[in-house]
Design a protein around this ligand. Structure first.
Ligand code: DGL
Length: 262
């Protein structure tokens, strides 16, 4: 087994980059190994069994590369697979779930919208979270079909994207939500466009910072943090087209990196 002392991250594609960015900003001393399973995106339209199977393949790859922690940077994979992953691997895991709790707490109108994949919104983990934190709010849910594909295909800024967003956001505007939860790690890429299409008073909420803090806490708890301040190389494994991924990592300029095919 290769021991890399890195933090492993996986997603169905480039969505998890929004989490990688938060992790790297919070923990610049850490190196990261990222798996983008773009050939199999979107996960959100697949069965639970299929999402579990793909999540096991991604995790096994990261574990074989000696990662010390796995961040499941995908709401859909977390809801479908994290319980089984925790049972099967001894590596610590951090997952991501839609930020219903903070949105419900902060909402003054007690009206919250959530945009997520079909897999996430239909999952029992989502319903458990909603039962715990969302009972006192009116929740408007919307499946974001098609958004992930447009982002993965490099068509983030397109008339097709604008049309879909308008269609998905209108019910939230009509219900007068004051908080909108971005319940898929691909969606923070759409923040500017969503803000341009919604009234100013709607706050967009995502879980990226909370996930990064949880990862940092776990590393400290297991005494796995890396304190060597030398700049670390991050490695991205992609099995689809890598140009969209490359553009973002290059633009953010967070660390030296290399991209390998998966
Ligand atoms: N980025 C993922 C999520 O957070 C998955 C999107 C998809 O592949 O459908 O749900």
């Amino acid at each position: 087994m290769i021991t890399s002392n890195s933090i492993g991250i996986f997603d169905s594609g480039i969505g998890g980059l929004t989490i990688y960015k938060e992790l790297k900003q919070l923990m610049p001393n850490e190196s990261f190994l990222y798996v983008a399973d773009s050939n199999n995106a979107p996960y959100g339209e697949k069965t639970d069994d299929e999402i579990k199977r793909l999540s096991f393949v991604n995790t096994q790859f990261l574990v074989d590369h000696g990662v010390k922690l796995v961040v499941v940077a995908c709401n859909t994979a977390t809801t479908a697979a994290i319980k089984s992953l925790r049972k099967s691997f001894s590596t610590p895991f951090v997952g991501i779930e839609p930020a219903i709790k903070p949105a419900a707490e902060q909402s003054t109108r007690k009206k919250v919208g959530i945009l997520a994949t079909k897999g996430t919104l239909n999952s029992s983990l989502f319903h458990e979270t909603y039962q715990r934190f969302g009972k006192d709010i009116e929740l408007t849910t919307q499946v974001g079909s098609g958004l992930v594909q447009l982002i993965e295909n490099g068509n983030m800024y397109s008339s097709a994207m604008t049309e879909l967003l308008k269609r998905y956001l209108q019910p939230m505007i009509d219900s007068e939500v004051d908080h909108l939860v971005l319940g898929c790690t691909h969606y923070p890429f759409l923040k500017d466009q969503i803000q341009a299409l919604t009234p100013k008073e709607i706050e967009l909420v995502d879980s990226g910072k909370a996930v990064a803090k949880q990862a940092e806490r776990l590393l400290r708890q297991y005494a796995l943090s890396n304190s060597d301040p030398e700049t670390k190389l991050d490695t991205f494994f992609v099995n689809g087209v890598d140009n969209v991924l490359y553009q973002f990592i290059k633009k953010w300029d967070l660390a030296p990196f290399k991209i390998n095919s998966l």
